[in-house]
Structures are given as structure tokens and as C-alpha cells.
Design a protein around this ligand. Structure first.
Ligand SMILES: Cc1cc2nc3c(=O)[nH]c(=O)nc-3n(C[C@H](O)[C@H](O)[C@H](O)COP(=O)(O)OP(=O)(O)OC[C@H]3O[C@@H](n4cnc5c(N)ncnc54)[C@H](O)[C@@H]3O)c2cc1C
Length: 400
């Protein structure tokens, strides 16, 4: 079976859905098909580990665009259809059922997939590598009052899930090899403080602990650790990072590295093939280097811009996406490069609770984290763009 389209979008996540808006701003007629490997129409992922568990959102609230939106914009939705190969010379994409989609412009917005652990038992059927709405449904099914859960991973997904599951009366143990929670992003004093908040709320936090094997006996799991022997639980979740789903581009010999490499117009090494969102590695102008960003605002803004350019606009991606998270009462918004490996200057109004972190390289601000400080993302962007030489004292009170 073969169809020809002006626009083909591979990937039914936020970037793919946002591309539709971009395309329709410049081309109201051209045919669009969107292939999504998941059975659901595009939806937002952040609520999967936050608001859906706290009664602040319902599942029906998280979808991006109503069925009427896709109808009105004449988008053919091919849900539950995974694209398996790309022939860039023939300009054809093929799905796993053998359907062929000819295109004039293609967007690859296939996002990321959870990184599997390389230990015995890592592939056991009921181990939950959390990323999708179906993973949320799976976990909801498993959760009962007093259930015990082990979460492998001390990054944001693991930490967010630990927080919301504990609120849902699950007895949570976190297991991770690093010294404290969210250590890639948070400086040690703040990470330890957030971690103490988790412990105070009844979460068992086993830092410096390495999982060696998983076993499942009927409905119970056993996690064998290097430092603390075996731990038992009803629910086993892994949040050990993600890797870009770049297989289509790799198969077509497009330029890839850490993800699919695009230029500032979000074109891959084939000018008719674009890429956006978690899977795309792009020249991050303000940081002066190539980056791949795994955050919501980046997926939305890149998807939209890729759509616009596919439909004839000629815009550069020079936006600085922000990102956010919530861990109990510690919420933040951040922009730029936020890595604990940089020099971090903190300006607290309330120690480790409310204030601003500045991430510096060679005395210039590359990233800013606004901890329980709201509506200051534009100020943070301006400071990073300025690239001025700063001092710790000079940064005090700069953003409040
Ligand atoms: C639980 C969770 C919480 C998060 N919370 C935050 C947060 O608080 N703040 C924040 O900034 N970011 C957050 N993120 C990250 C944010 O959700 C992602 O950056 C965003 O979803 C990326 O969108 P995307 O469209 O690039 O990729 P994805 O959302 O991964 O979507 C890609 C889609 O393409 C599909 N696909 C893959 N391969 C194929 C193929 N070959 N053919 C067809 N379809 C394919 C996938 O199944 C998927 O549906 C969170 C992510 C998760 C998982």
C-alpha cells in the first residue's frame, strides 16, 4: 500500500504534534500524515509523573489537540503504527505493516526511549521502565495502599515518581549509585537538602547503592544490590535515563551522533528531512555548542519551527528552551546549561528552598535555576545571552 503526502511526520509526541501547528501557519492545504508508535494521540508527558497522581489533572486533560483539531487541520493520524525504515533517496518512509508513505518533507520526531539496565533480570516483563501513558496505566493498576515499590534511579523521573507514589500511600525505596538525588543537576548541598525532605516524608533513600540483578517470584520482586544485599518489593520501576530513538536516521545514513544532527533550521544532512525534540542534536547558539535537550519546551518550540520551515519559512532556531520539575514543595524552572559539573553560585532567600542558582563556566553564566522563584525565566535568558564576566557577589540579588 502506498500513499503520497506533502508532509510526513514520524513520531506522535509533543514535537510531532507541534509541527502540525507550524505547517498550518504557512500552508493550509498540503496533505499531512502523522505516524505514532503509541496507540494514543499525542499527549504531554510531564503530568505522567506529577499531576495525574495528585488529582490535579485527569488523563483526558493531557492530550495535545482534540480529535477535531486533527480533523480541522486535515491530518491523517496513523496511531499504533511504527515507522521502521526510511529511503531518503526515494523519499519514502515505511511502517512495520509494510505501508509506504511518500513525502516531500519529512520530520523525524521520534523522541527517546528508556535506557535498559544491563543486569540479569532487567528484561523481566513487569519491570516498569517508565515513559508512556501505557506505563502510567500499568503502574496505576499495580498501586494499592501499603504496596512497596523500589525505584532504581535518582534522577528527575525516579525522584518525581518516588514523591507522587509516596503521596499515594506506597512505601517507596529509592536505589541509585550516586551520592545524592538529582546529582547531575543539583549542587551537593541542595541535593542533600532535597533528599532529606524525601527521607522526612518516609521515603527510604539508598544512595551509593548499585543494583546487580532483578528476580521475580510470583508477584514479588527481589533486587540484589552490591552494597546492601537483597531488597524485596511489589512494584519495580526503573528511571535510568533515556537514549534517542534515532534508528530511522541511522538506517538512512543521515548524520547522527548523540541523536540526529540538524542545522540551525532543523534540517538533517538531507535537506528535505527535518528533526526536532528529544531526538535532535542542534547547534545551541547561546551555548556555542551542539546539544540534545530532553525537555518539554524544547520539543514544543522545535517541533513548531521545524513545521514552519518544512512549509517554506526560513527560520533559525535561536530560542533558549526552559524546563521545570516539582519534587514535593521544591519546584523550579531552569534555562541554559544546568550541570553540577559547572561552578555553581547560589543566591538563597531561604537556604536550599527559595532562591537562584547560577551555573558558571569561566566566570560567565551558562545556566540559571530558579528555585521556587517564578516568572523570571526571561531575566535568566537575558543574563545568559549577555555573556558578561560575573562574580559571586555581583550575582547576589540579580534575579529575585
Ligand atoms: C514521565 C516524564 C515526565 C517528564 N517531565 C518533564 C518536566 O517536568 N519538564 C520538562 O521540561 N520535561 C519533562 N519531560 C520530558 C518531555 O516530556 C520530553 O522532552 C518530550 O516529551 C519530548 O517530546 P518529543 O516529541 O521529542 O518525544 P517523545 O515525547 O518521546 O515522543 C516521541 C513519540 O514518537 C514515537 N515513536 C518513536 N519511534 C517511532 C517510530 N519509529 N515511528 C513512529 N513513532 C515513533 C514514540 O512512541 C513517542 O510517542 C518528562 C518526560 C517524562 C517521560
Amino acid at each position: 500500500m502506498k500513499g503520497r503526502y506533502r508532509y510526513v511526520i514520524a513520531g506522535g509526541g509533543l514535537a510531532g504534534a507541534s509541527a502540525i501547528k507550524g505547517i498550518r501557519e504557512h500552508d493550509s492545504e498540503g496533505s499531512i500524515v502523522l505516524l505514532g508508535a503509541e496507540a494514543h494521540r499525542p499527549y504531554d508527558r510531564p503530568p505522567l509523573s506529577k499531576k495525574l497522581w495528585l488529582g490535579k489533572k485527569k488523563v483526558e486533560d493531557i492530550f495535545i489537540g482534540s480529535p477535531e483539531f486533527y480533523e480541522k487541520n486535515r491530518v491523517e493520524l496513523m496511531l499504533g503504527k511504527k515507522a521502521v525504515s526510511l529511503d531518503a533517496r526515494a523519499r519514502e518512509l515505511r511502517d512495520e505493516e509494510g505501508r509506504v508513505y511518500g513525502y516531500e518533507k519529512l520530520l523525524i520526531a521520534t523522541g527517546c526511549q528508556p535506557r535498559k539496565l544491563d543486569i540479569p533480570g532487567a528484561d523481566l516483563r513487569d519491570v516498569c521502565y517508565f515513559r508512556t501513558l501505557d506505563d502510567y496505566f500499568f503502574l496505576r493498576e499495580k498501586v494499592f495502599d501499603g504496596a512497596s515499590a523500589i525505584i532504581i534511579g535518582g534522577g528527575f523521573i525516579g525522584s518525581e515518581l518516588a514523591a507522587v507514589l509516596s503521596v499515594n500511600k506506597v512505601s517507596v525505596t529509592m536505589v541509585f549509585p550516586s551520592a545524592y538525588l538529582c546529582n547531575r543537576v543539583l549542587p551537593e548541598a541542595l541535593g542533600q537538602s532535597v533528599q532529606r525532605g524525601f527521607i522526612d516524608r518516609g521515603i527510604r533513600v539508598l544512595a551509593n547503592t548499585t543494583p546487580m540483578a532483578f528476580e521475580q517470584k510470583e508477584k514479588k520482586f527481589s533486587v540484589l544490590t552490591k552494597e546492601r544485599g537483597a531488597l524485596e518489593c511489589d512494584i519495580l520501576i526503573v528511571g535510568a535515563g533515556v537514549s534517542p530513538s534515532a534508528g530511522l536516521a541511522e538506517g538512512a545514513l543521515l548524520k547522527t551522533g548523540d541523536g540526529i544532527e540538524v542545522n540551525s533550521r532543523l534540517q538533517t544532512s538531507d535537506a528535505d528531512v527535518y528533526s526536532a525534540g528529544d531526538v535532535a542534536s542542534f547547534p545551541y547558539r547561546e551555548l556555542g555548542e551542539r546539544k540534545r535537550v530532553e525537555h518539554w519546551d524544547n520539543a514544543m518550540s522545535q517541533g513548531k519551527l521545524a513545521g514552519e520551515n518544512m512549509a517554506g519559512a526560513d527560520k533559525e532556531y535561536d530560542y533558549m528552551p526552559y524546563f521545570f520539575s516539582d519534587l514535593f514543595d521544591f519546584g523550579y524552572e531552569a534555562v541554559g546549561e544546568v550541570s553540577s559539573r559547572l561552578d555553581v553560585v547560589s543566591d538563597w532567600q531561604v537556604e536550599n528552598k527559595k532562591g537562584v542558582l547560577y551555573y558558571l563556566k569561566e566566570n560567565r553564566v551558562r545556566g540559571v535555576m530558579l528555585c521556587n522563584v517564578w516568572d523570571r525565566v526571561e531575566d535568566a535568558r537575558a543574563l545568559i545571552r549577555k555573556k558578561e564576566i560575573v562574580t559571586a557577589d555581583g550575582l547576589k540579588g540579580r534575579i529575585r
